[in-house]
Design a binder for this molecule. Structure first.
Ligand code: GLU
Length: 293
């Protein structure tokens, strides 16, 4: 087993753009700086949001930038059985439970409790169905967060982090009404199944990490080390995304697109071939983001 396995895990909802390439390049550089493996995982569990063929476009874009997975990529859409097994493990341990509440039910209960509090428009679930569904049919399955789930962890770039998952997030959903599994469950199951030791991804996911650590503890899985990369912002000041006008990477000059991503990471602009630039950036990366950590 190599002692470093990293990954890039794009959701194929659109082609790679300047923002997603930053995470791809950073995760690749970190793996190479550790003389480790770099895997690509296609996170296509939310099938309706993933246009057919987009996965192949992303793999081609990565290849044009000299970024190749060290193993055959994994597709989450083929792994529902693994997610179901994890859910059943949690249910049998009393760590997850079916929930019959609709969004309206949750809103009504919270306002009755005088807690109309929301977090990124997500409502902190008040735990109505923890004990019983009261004869109602399940609509989702949630992880039961414990009061001791105040998670402290250290990000390799962003430093010490802390989140009271019960107060700030609540019992979050693992499986939805339509049978689909959530990102949180799938990412934790897959990171463990692939032996991922280091996660390098965009800073927009920084505040998902505590939830993933809680889930790792519940499933008895190891916690990888995390490094969250700076985001590229769109014209509206939000994270660059397809929704706010991110353009697909230009196909003509891979070194130019890599240079833009490298600059976001604090690496110098380099000339020469893509391969030469990648090799040189591994050196810079090693100095900037101490691989010993
Ligand atoms: N699939 C997620 C995304 O494209 C990334 C998940 C992760 O790196 O944990 O935003």
């Amino acid at each position: 087993m190599p002692n470093y396995i990293g990954r890039f895990a794009p959701s194929p909802t659109g082609p790679l753009h300047a923002g997603s390439l930053v995470a791809a390049l950073a995760s690749w550089l970190d793996a190479r700086a550790h003389v480790g493996q770099w895997l690509v995982r296609i996170e296509d569990i939310d099938k309706p949001r993933c246009p057919a063929g987009m996965d192949q476009i992303i793999l081609q874009q990565l290849a044009a930038c000299g970024l190749y997975s060290d193993q055959v990529p994994v597709w989450q859409s083929a792994r529902s059985e693994r997610y179901q097994q994890a859910l059943e493990q949690l249910l049998s341990q009393g760590l997850a439970y079916p929930c019959a509440c609709s969004r309206q039910d949750v809103e009504a209960t919270l306002s009755r409790l005088g807690q109309g509090r929301s977090r990124h428009a997500e409502l902190v679930y008040p735990g109505t169905c923890r004990l019983s569904l009261a004869g109602r049919a399940p609509r989702s399955w949630r992880l039961q967060i414990q009061s001791q789930d105040v998670i402290k962890w250290s990000d390799r770039r962003c430093g010490p982090q802390q989140q009271d998952v019960q107060a700030e997030v609540g019992d979050f959903v693992l499986k939805r009404f339509d049978g689909s599994f959530t990102y949180q469950l799938a990412v934790v199951v897959d990171d463990a199944a692939q032996g991922i030791t280091n996660v390098v991804r965009g800073e927009d996911l920084l505040d998902n990490t505590a939830r993933q650590i809680v889930l790792q503890h519940a499933l008895g899985l190891p916690t990888p080390r995390y490094l969250h990369t700076p985001l590229v912002l769109g014209a509206n000041g939000e994270k660059l995304s397809k929704q706010n006008g991110a353009q697909p990477l230009g196909s003509g000059d891979p070194l130019a697109v890599l240079n833009s991503a490298a600059q976001v990471l604090g690496l110098p602009v380099l000339r020469g071939s893509v391969t030469q630039a990648l090799v040189a950036w591994v050196e810079y990366w090693s100095r900037l983001y101490n691989p010993a950590l």
